[in-house]
Design a protein around this ligand. Structure first.
Ligand SMILES: Nc1nc2c(ncn2[C@@H]2O[C@H](COP(=O)(O)OP(=O)(O)OP(=O)(O)O)[C@@H](O)[C@H]2O)c(=O)[nH]1
Ligand SMILES: [Mg+2]
Length: 355
């Protein structure tokens, strides 16, 4: 899974990137925003996997997230498309919103105004999609004159509806595409269709205010509240000091981004994990909620999917309590499921397949 962090200059993008990946990229005040970007891959922490691996005595293989930290925003640079490519590659977008005051760090739009910025970035994504959709429409309209086909007419009609939707300033993730329509648009990597998480980065004086703002109907977007600089400082302290300083800042109930970010992304993107326990590794896999056993098998290997016979399924905790597959089988806790079975979060799935 790829997550791309973007946002106005000096909003705290690289600070978050460093925090989540353990990297030490330059976040000094006067570092210049460039077209350079940072990339890092991390393991998705999962205590369930650790317990399973310990029990099963094979090394844990965690699910992975690749983070891309963009430099300067360049929505309209036709020569260097690095920035837009980083957005297009993402499975999910993270918009870092400047919420802190610092007279030494000017905001390009002037005053600090998180709602203005979330709207502005959303508009940029919508505009880029509009350009993509218009191009496609032009081609479809030309083709439609030459060739008469039901498929073409349907696609043309869909793209016209998408264009109208975007003209109304609405992101495509709110469109509600039918599965058949999804197939038609899949290749275009539309940006306003991607899950988007906004993070307002402020400090101790704004935490409560932004928590309230995040919940207002005026915002109405997936939003987390962050105190980037303070959290970085707090994380450097020993546990016993941390609580004391948190209280001094008036942040007794502060929710640490480092601990909550990945959970929030899984929720936003409607992702879950399942596990496989094999002779060589104990492994976590990330899938969309509502994935069938057949598609989950495809995630592991296309051969396993093609030869799919049945899935042996059980909850990870029951697996530990029972002491393994064979004991669970004796107690009737190991379920045999078919291709259409919907895999649940935390299940161990063992696919039986024809080689
Ligand atoms: N006061 C305050 N300063 C912050 C906060 N978060 C980040 N900063 C400061 O803002 C500066 C820029 O942070 P970065 O993480 O480099 O921001 P960026 O968005 O990656 O910046 P560019 O890549 O240059 O666009 C650093 O000096 C940070 O210390 C915050 O929550 N409060
Ligand atoms: Mg940066």
């Amino acid at each position: 899974m790829i997550l791309t962090i973007f946002g106005y200059p000096k909003s705290g993008k690289t600070l978050l990137f460093n925090m989540l990946t353990g990297k030490k990229e330059d976040i000094s005040k006067f570092s210049t925003s460039t077209h350079e970007f940072h990339k890092a891959v991390i393991d998705v922490p999962d205590d369930r996997l650790k317990q399973l691996a310990d029990f099963h005595k094979t090394p844990p293989v965690y699910a992975k997230i690749e983070f891309l930290d963009t430099g300067a925003i360049a929505f309209r640079d036709s020569k260097d498309t690095t920035f837009i490519d980083l957005l297009r590659r993402a499975d999910g977008l993270v918009h870092m919103v400047r919420g802190f005051e610092d007279p030494e760090l000017l905001h390009p739009e002037g005053a600090i105004d998180p709602l203005r910025d979330t709207r502005a970035m959303e508009d940029e994504l919508i505009t880029l999609d509009f350009i993509t959709v218009e191009k496609r429409l032009e081609k479809l309209q030309l083709d439609n004159i030459k060739i008469k086909s039901k498929e073409l007419a349907e696609e043309l009609e869909l793209f016209k509806r998408i264009k109208t939707f975007l003209e109304e300033g609405k992101p495509l993730r709110e469109f509600g595409f039918a599965p058949k329509e999804e197939l038609l648009i899949r290749g275009f990597k539309l940006l306003s269709l991607k899950p988007l998480l906004n993070i307002i980065n402020g400090d101790e004086n704004t935490y409560e205010k932004y928590l309230k703002l995040a919940k207002t109907s005026e915002n109405n977007r997936e939003t987390l509240v962050f105190c980037g600089k303070i959290e970085t400082e707090l994380l450097e302290l020993a546990d016993e000091d941390r609580q004391v300083f948190q209280e001094e800042y008036g942040l007794k109930d502060y929710q640490y981004m480092r601990d909550n970010f990945i959970k929030a992304c899984y929720k936003l993107m409607d992702l879950i994990s399942f596990f496989t326990v094999g002779s060589d590794e104990t492994r976590a896999w990330t899938i969309n909620n509502n994935t069938t056993a057949y598609d989950a098998a495809g995630k592991i290997h296309s051969d396993i999917q093609q030869g799919f016979i049945r899935a042996e399924v059980m909850n990870w905790k029951e697996f530990l309590e029972m002491g393994g597959f064979s004991q669970a089988k004796e107690k009737g806790l190991l379920r045999l499921e078919g291709k259409e079975y919907i895999v649940k979060d935390g299940e161990i799935v063992h696919i039986r397949f024809n080689k």
